[in-house]
Design a protein around this ligand. Structure first.
Ligand SMILES: [Fe+2]
Ligand SMILES: [Fe+2]
Length: 168
């Protein structure tokens, strides 16, 4: 069964409205991510919608996960990037530190449960070496990478369309 994009967007907002409306998430709109045009907030919303699509496709095959845990952890998976100490650190270091910082912020400011915290902490797998301990966490690993690839590809293609790059 086809899952409509509008339905995914509406349900992401329904399950994570308090997160999306928070001041820290607001800040995430101004933090570039994966491309000059992209940002942490847009990427987090895309990752949540993509993870929810995967979850519903999985449910059609009989495996059911917690959609609320999935969406909330997906919305917060890169929230660690909103910390200046993380954002201004070298990108190699950032890949390791933003999940830890994000996990701390998610617990302190959003009261996430253990499953959500674990999914945030291990979303960069195989970076960090320890995989998530839940199906929800694995869906976020997959959705995060899917969205990151799309964002980088889109930026690349956009650049290729620049008149100076067009072949005569
Ligand atoms: Fe990340
Ligand atoms: Fe991400």
């Amino acid at each position: 069964m086809y899952i409509k994009r509008e339905e995914l967007g509406r349900d992401v907002v329904r399950m994570g409205e308090d997160i999306i409306r928070s001041a820290r998430f607001e800040k995430a709109w101004s933090i570039p991510h994966h491309s000059k045009e992209g940002n942490v907030a847009l990427h987090s919303l895309s990752t949540a919608a993509c993870a929810l699509r995967y979850a519903r496709q999985l449910a059609q095959r009989g495996t059911v996960v917690s959609e609320v845990d999935l969406v909330r952890a997906a919305l917060l998976h890169d929230i660690g990037m909103t910390e200046d100490d993380v954002f201004f650190s070298p990108s190699r270091l950032k890949a390791y530190t933003h999940p830890q910082e994000g996990c701390r912020i998610a617990r302190e400011e959003y009261g996430v449960n253990d499953l959500q915290a674990d999914a945030i902490l291990h979303h960069m797998w195989p970076i960090g070496h320890i995989p998530p301990h839940s199906a929800e966490g694995w869906l976020i690993v997959a959705a995060d990478k899917t969205c990151a690839i799309h964002e980088v590809e889109r930026a690349f293609l956009h650049k290729m369309q620049h008149p100076s790059l067009r072949l005569a």
